[in-house]
Design a protein around this ligand. Structure first.
Ligand SMILES: [Zn+2]
Length: 185
């Protein structure tokens, strides 16, 4: 069973690949127009420092963000991200992989804290979130069709992770899994 975090991939390298994906996602949204008024979009990037983990040393990371150029609209448009978990300041890759490994019974919350540097309280909160509220969310509604029905409610994130890792090379499996969870399919 392929279930643990692949030993030949570093989280730092994974983040570099995800940053590039985020840049492409932002370019795609920018090439379209403002969803509110149809105006052109400008870059309005900002820096964020994701919550402390073993990636603490990466410091500030670009959150690709856009802003409508049209006077009177000027709305901010936030492209999807594979780096940040939704609109939060958490590392998507770390939280999602942690929840998956816990659901697959590969790692306990204590082992996740040790391996990825996520505080115990934080990881327990995300584990509970993906076991309960997430399964009622629109995000999950859009994704649940991608895994067999009988698996939908039991350890769904772990099963998805396992499936991506089984069918891809390690790095590509990880990026595909994080992208699937972060960008509307
Ligand atoms: Zn606009």
């Amino acid at each position: 069973m392929i279930a643990s975090f692949p030993s030949n991939v570093t989280l730092h390298h994974l983040v570099e690949v995800l940053l590039d994906i985020d840049k492409q996602l932002a370019n795609k949204v920018k090439a379209a127009s403002c969803p509110y008024c149809g105006g052109n979009l400008n870059n309005a990037f900002y820096s964020r420092k994701p919550r402390g983990t073993v990636l603490e040393d990466m410091g500030y990371i670009t959150r690709f963000s856009l802003c409508c150029r049209r006077e009177g609209c000027r709305k901010r448009v936030l492209p999807p991200s594979t780096l940040f978990l939704g609109r939060t300041v958490y590392w998507s890759c770390i939280i999602l992989v942690s929840v998956a490994l816990q659901q697959l019974n590969v790692k306990t919350a204590e082992q996740i804290e040790k391996r990825f540097g996520v505080p115990l309280r934080t990881i327990r909160r995300w584990i509970a979130y993906y076991r309960e509220q997430y399964l009622q969310s629109r995000s999950w509604f859009l994704r649940q069709g991608f895994i067999p029905l009988e698996n939908v409610y039991s350890g769904a994130i772990g099963r998805l992770y396992h499936s991506f890792m089984k069918h891809h090379e390690p790095l590509s499996g990880l990026t595909s899994f994080v992208r699937f969870m972060g960008v509307d399919p």
